[in-house]
Write a protein that binds this ligand. Structure first.
Ligand SMILES: [Zn+2]
Length: 360
């Protein structure tokens, strides 16, 4: 049976859900140029197209540390209320234009204090920008809901304080917590106080693990820290020595059988060297083995990508079908840090009807 190829316009219109996308990795290049000028920050170039290419090249170094260093430029313009408002509003509009109906945006408030804002002021500014974006997107007929994850930086010692912030804003749009930054040398268990506090307060969280570091980081995130989802988790395959045969080690079995969500980001993984190619990216094998995999962008500016592009790459290079795209979208909504009834409604009323295409 020949499967009709899904064209880009169709892909763009499909309802999507993204759980792993960094605010400071997703600015519009033209906005970055304007805000940098206002902030007196020098960029590698002030031509938006050349700047986009610069980010992509710098991120393509195959090194997580260099990849993370590109954020110096985006963070430079996220130190003021105006910069945060505009970036957050455009963030939502860009998701809506990409067909995203539910998104979780994440960022580290502690990296946005250089202009004199307090931690709560940072969160309030971002929430205000997101709300403005959601109102505009709804008015334009492309409604998108965006929840916020606050990140603590794993190489610093403010994660407990950021956990407090997540609890304080839990009824104001913050839906969860994460720790971000370089994995190497900064184990999640160093931040147990934050995770224990969040568990006591019943606030869900995800943890970046299994990207730069292997199985022990995934084990620690799940079994010591109690994460409900794993950011990346691509190296869970190290516990599946023969992917084709699908014989799972104990940790891989735990992840699949307990339906632990893997927030997978194919293009980002290629850039940091955590995967060799789209065709060989473990997301396909893990999906086929029944893992709860989700598809994500990670950093749209830095990786030069969108959800539509990630879908397109998997269709073209890994043989994904419409059914596969629906599966990862439903997985993402099921795993959203939203109340259960809202997830069910989103899947039933928005996602599933959107995948009923004529002729498919
Ligand atoms: Zn990430």
């Amino acid at each position: 049976m020949t499967v009709p190829r899904i064209d880009t316009d169709t892909l763009r219109r499909l309802p999507k859900a993204v759980l792993h996308d960094h605010l400071d990795g997703g600015l519009r290049p033209a906005t970055l140029v304007e805000l940098a000028e206002e902030a007196g920050h020098t960029l590698p170039t002030t031509d938006p197209d050349a700047l986009a290419a610069w980010f992509y090249d710098a991120a393509n170094s195959g090194d997580l540390v260099r990849y993370i260093a590109t954020f110096d430029h985006t963070l430079a313009v996220l130190q003021t209320r105006e910069g945060l408002l505009r970036t957050a509003e455009e963030y939502v509009l860009d998701l809506a234009a990409d067909g995203v109906v539910y998104g979780e945006v994440r960022y580290a408030p502690e990296l946005m204090l250089k202009g004199g804002l307090t931690l709560p002021e940072v969160v309030e500014s971002v929430q205000e920008g997101l709300a403005a974006g959601m109102a505009k997107a709804a008015a334009a007929g492309t409604p998108v809901r965006v929840g916020t994850l606050l990140c603590g930086m794993r190489m610093f010692d403010r994660t407990r304080e950021i956990a407090d912030l997540a609890v304080a804003f839990r009824d104001a749009g913050v839906v969860g917590f994460d720790i971000a930054g370089a994995e190497d040398g900064f184990p999640a268990a160093d931040h147990l106080a934050a995770f224990e506090y969040l568990r006591a307060e019943s606030v869900p969280f995800t943890i970046h693990a299994g990207e730069a570091h292997g199985l022990p980081s995934i084990h620690q995130a799940l079994q010591m820290c109690g994460a409900q989802r794993i950011g990346h988790g691509v190296r869970i395959t190290e516990d599946i020595p023969d992917l084709a045969a699908g014989k799972l080690g104990r940790l891989a079995a735990w992840v699949r059988d307990r339906r632990i969500t893997l927030e997978m980001c194919p293009t980002s993984n290629l850039q940091t060297g955590a995967a060799a190619s789209i065709a060989e990216h473990p997301i396909t094998a893990l999906k086929d083995l029944g893992f709860r995999v989700t598809l994500n962008t990670d950093n749209r500016l830095v990786s030069g990508t969108t959800m539509t592009r990630e879908m397109s790459l998997l269709v073209d290079q890994a043989g994904w079908t419409l059914d596969d795209l629906r599966t990862v979208t439903v997985n993402a909504v099921k795993s959203a840090f939203l109340p259960y009834d809202e997830r069910v409604a989103l899947i039933r009323d928005v996602v599933l009807p959107g995948y009923e295409l004529p002729g498919q």
